[in-house]
Design a protein around this ligand. Structure first.
Ligand code: GDP
Length: 489
């Protein structure tokens, strides 16, 4: 039997938290929606757009309660968790709508509460339900989820897995400094702070190089090494995995013993509190995936994304021997995987993006047993930065997208100033993603050529009283209906 990832006391505490949440939920029905995804996947933009569209009567026809006119009021309320930073919606939407720049990305956990007043569709429910739903949106980095599997690994297993992965593909080159420095250290020699720090520095430089824009690799625990926040420089964040660890107890006072202790501290100071205070309390989850970026970076980035998503989805595995022990029970009952930034493609490719993303998570879903009513894959754009058109070229009508490239973007040698708009042919995704995935390991991987231009957020028309009209999107309403529609029934 796999070791339980949390101890009995942790389980009891989580069960207590859940009871408390449920008790308060009886008085004031609440749904806690987790929004995650690896950095730059589009979490901040998604939350800003959801909130703005709900508050301003945006076009969300697929949200049944809105379409049928049963929602009377949506408002922002004080977010309920005093120790969690509030999601700075006002700043983000101001950047998007007024300045037409993309807001600052997620760096840590934050939260926001929206309260929706509605009339239940059934007379029976109207009698018994207060017709009010609080939606607590919890934004957190996907990198933190990738830390959860560490709870079931000891330092030696973690080191082994990390060193093994570092020996594959492009990582081998990027990991060289870290591994050659590690090879010169005497792990059973006396613990020394400067060596520990140096090991941490070369190891986190390797993680950063993997994550850089040109590489865009995804699987990189410990997640907090890339976004340390206020723990920067603390012992819990000053360690590194070591190659070739023996299966014997570390000598007292040795560097190895110090690394082991700090790794365990990382789990108890960083990973467990995140699990307990945030993750274990979620009811629904949306996982954002930037599949287009990975396709653009090539086969290794795509395979790495597949691996990272398998680890992320593993966190939602129901049943025993997972983070959800029998005591905690399964709380998350709906997971949506959303391929973001679909506005980079012509609508003819949106379904293809959906299929491709489905294929990306397919193996993980089957292994975990997640498929069914509680799980869906969609292609969406939280903010539609482009519009579609057709242009004639060589006698053929070609589908194009039109937008304003951000200042500094270069297309075919032309450098854009952030004001001029342009039309580009975005490229097509393959009809059959299986065929594409089969070529990834071959000498000639067959990846589509996607013309990935970064556009500015769209210019919005102004309504009466200088109110900016709601933000355009793609299929955001479908996503919302899946995530909360049943709770507004
Ligand atoms: P986070 O790190 O997950 O919070 O990512 P952000 O929400 O900050 O998004 C990262 C970047 O992706 C943004 O700065 C935008 O350039 C881009 N982006 C995110 N969502 C969209 C979208 O719906 N459409 C387009 N065109 N770009 C998007």
């Amino acid at each position: 039997m796999a070791p339980s990832l949390t101890s009995l006391t942790d389980d009891a505490l989580i069960a207590l938290d859940n009871l408390a949440d449920r008790a308060s939920g009886l008085v004031n029905p609440t749904i806690r929606l987790g929004v995650t995804g690896l950095s730059r996947a589009g979490k901040t933009v998604l939350i800003s757009s959801i909130v703005h569209n709900l508050l301003n009567g945006g076009r969300l026809p697929l949200v049944e309660a809105l379409r049928s006119g049963r929602v009377s009021k949506v408002r922002l309320e004080e977010q309920p968790d005093d120790a969690v930073p509030r999601f700075q919606y006002e700043d983000h939407i101001d950047a998007l709508v007024r300045e037409r720049i993309w807001p600052d990305s997620t760096r840590a956990v934050s939260e926001l509460r929206l309260t929706i007043d509605y009339q239940s569709a059934s007379g029976w429910n109207r009698l018994f339900s207060p017709g009010r739903l609080s939606l607590d949106i919890v934004d957190y980095p996907g990198e933190w989820l990738l830390d959860l599997p560490l709870l079931s690994q000891d330092y030696r297993q973690f080191s082994q897995a990390t060193v093994e992965l570092a020996g594959t593909g492009i990582r081998r080159e990027l990991a060289r400094d870290w591994l050659s420095f590690a090879a010169t250290t005497d792990m059973d020699g006396p613990a020394d702070e400067m060596t520990a720090r140096r090991l941490f520095e070369v190891f986190s430089a390797y993680l950063k190089a993997c994550k850089s824009d040109e590489r865009s690799l995804s699987t990189l625990p410990p997640g907090r090494f890339l976004m340390p926040g206020d723990l920067e420089g603390s012992p819990a964040l000053t360690f590194a995995p070591l190659p070739g660890l023996p299966d014997t107890p570390a000598p007292k006072g040795s560097l190895r013993a110090m690394m082991e202790r700090r790794y365990e501290a990382y789990k108890s100071v960083v990973v467990k509190p995140f699990f307990r205070h945030h993750f274990a309390r979620l009811d629904r989850q949306i996982v954002l995936v930037d599949a287009l970026q990975a396709i653009n970076r090539g086969p290794e980035a795509l395979q790495d994304l597949e691996r990272a998503l398998a680890d992320v989805l593993g966190c939602f595995r129901p049943g025993h021997n997972s983070f959800f022990s029998s005591l905690v029970g399964r709380r998350i009952d709906k997971v949506l995987i959303a391929a973001t930034k679909a506005d980079h493609l012509h609508h003819e490719s949106h379904d293809r993006l959906e299929r491709l993303t489905g294929r990306l998570v397919d193996r993980a879903i089957k292994r975990i047993g997640l498929s069914g009513a509680g799980f869906e894959v969609m292609a969406i754009a939280s903010v539609r930065a482009t519009r579609e058109a057709r242009v004639k070229e060589d006698g053929h009508m070609l589908p194009v997208i039109v937008g304003t490239p951000i200042a500094g973007e270069t297309i075919n040698g032309e450098r854009f100033d952030g004001i001029k708009t342009t039309a580009i042919f975005p490229g097509d995704l393959p009809e059959d993603p299986d065929q594409m995935f089969r070529t990834l390991d071959s000498d000639s991987p067959d990846l589509p050529d996607i013309n990935f231009v970064r556009f500015r957020p769209p210019a919005l028309e102004t309504g009466p009283g200088d109110i900016k009209l709601a933000v355009p999107h793609i299929r955001l309403d479908r996503a919302l209906q899946f995530l909360i529609g049943d709770r507004l029934a």
